[in-house]
Design a protein around this ligand. Structure first.
Ligand code: UDP
Length: 320
């Protein structure tokens, strides 16, 4: 590793973690990425293999670990799609609890700054709309999504406790739906599903009537938000998401338009506890560090198209 200051990214082989590694290298840091590769993929880091300022370690952060002195800990390790966290429910709860303690202990040991990825799922199926950081949420603590929602709410609680009791210099990003290259094609989330289905000419599966809403942030905007939050001194949670809200039906229509696909729409059962609406109030991020997203959904889908096309083709070839 070179003499540039070192930062750690847990979950560094994941969708957001790997983009964050790129951005931090771009900012001049040396980066250590750790990941147990449960849902992350080493191929997301392939392009960094020969970068002397980058190092990858396959470890499980649920066990205490020490990657050496770092100046910043970015704790991004967790399954994050509803399909992944329902398959890996216990692992999700463990990384949100044991993994978070271990990441915070490392930050405390080295006096490092710390930023953790939290989620709009802290708001559950929200009764306040759009969601401000001051909203406490409407979460089912025992439903199918609880393994993720409560893991992240616990993560926030531990993070605030290390800040209050041990004076660790912490930050909490509440992430809303984010999309772009390096998402797993089969992680079950709505944009990979719709893109894959549209590109294959299959029906787009809309769960329920498609009237539920989400607000989609393109990955480069999201990462820019993390970097700005990382440089700020705000310890309470900050929403980082795109405030333009779409129904899932409108999202499907946009995917059809961007891909030029003739696919039709098929309705399937709505999963239990699927939030009816979700939209961030980002006035806090705007006021604190002048952040707002710049890439709208149509542009972001166009920017992602080649990636999803390639992934769809690779998947078809691997089956042949
Ligand atoms: N969804 C859908 N079809 C799909 C995948 C998801 O209609 O093939 C819906 C899902 O029910 C939810 C929204 O799209 O209302 C976003 O789902 P996703 O899994 O991307 O993330 P969530 O926001 O629920 O965590």
């Amino acid at each position: 590793m070179s003499n540039s200051p070192s930062v750690l990214v847990t979950g560094g082989a994941g969708f957001l973690g790997s983009h964050l590694c790129d951005a931090l290298l771009g900012e001049g840091y040396s980066v250590i990425a750790v990941d147990n590769l449960l849902t992350g993929r080493i191929s997301n880091l392939e392009h960094l293999r020969n970068d002397g300022r980058f190092k990858f370690q396959q470890i499980d952060i649920n066990e205490p670990f020490d990657c050496g002195r770092v100046e910043y800990v970015f704790h991004f390790a967790s399954p994050a799609s509803p399909v992944d966290y329902s398959i890996h429910g216990v692992e999700t709860l463990k990384v949100g609890s044991f993994g978070t303690f271990n990441a915070l202990d490392l930050a405390r040991k080295y006096g490092a700054k710390y930023l953790v990825s939290s989620t709009s799922e802290c708001y559950g199926d929200p009764l306040e709309h759009p969601q401000k950081e001051t909203y406490w949420g409407h979460v089912n603590s025992i439903g199918p999504r609880s393994v993720y929602d409560e893991a992240k709410r616990f993560t926030e609680a531990v993070t605030m406790a290390y800040h209050r009791y041990y004076n660790v210099d912490t930050r909490i990003a509440r992430i809303f739906n984010t999309y772009g290259p390096r998402m797993q094609i089969n992680d079950g989330r709505v944009i990979p599903n719709f893109m894959k289905q549209a590109l294959r000419g299959e029906n787009l599966t809309i769960y329920g009537d498609g009237g539920q809403t989400r607000s989609f942030c393109y990955v480069s905007d999201e990462i820019d938000g993390f970097l700005r939050l990382a440089k700020s001194s705000e310890h309470l949670p900050v929403n980082i998401g795109n405030p333009t809200e779409f129904t899932i039906l409108d999202c499907a229509k946009l995917v059809l338009a961007v891909t030029g696909s003739k696919s039709k729409i098929r309705h399937e059962a709505l999963p239990q506890d699927d939030p009816k609406q979700r939209c961030p109030d980002i006035s806090k991020a705007k006021a604190l560090f002048s952040w707002e997203p710049r890439i709208n959904l149509e542009t972001g889908l166009k920017l992602s198209l080649e990636y999803f096309r390639k992934m769809t083709q690779e998947e078809l070839q691997s089956r042949a």
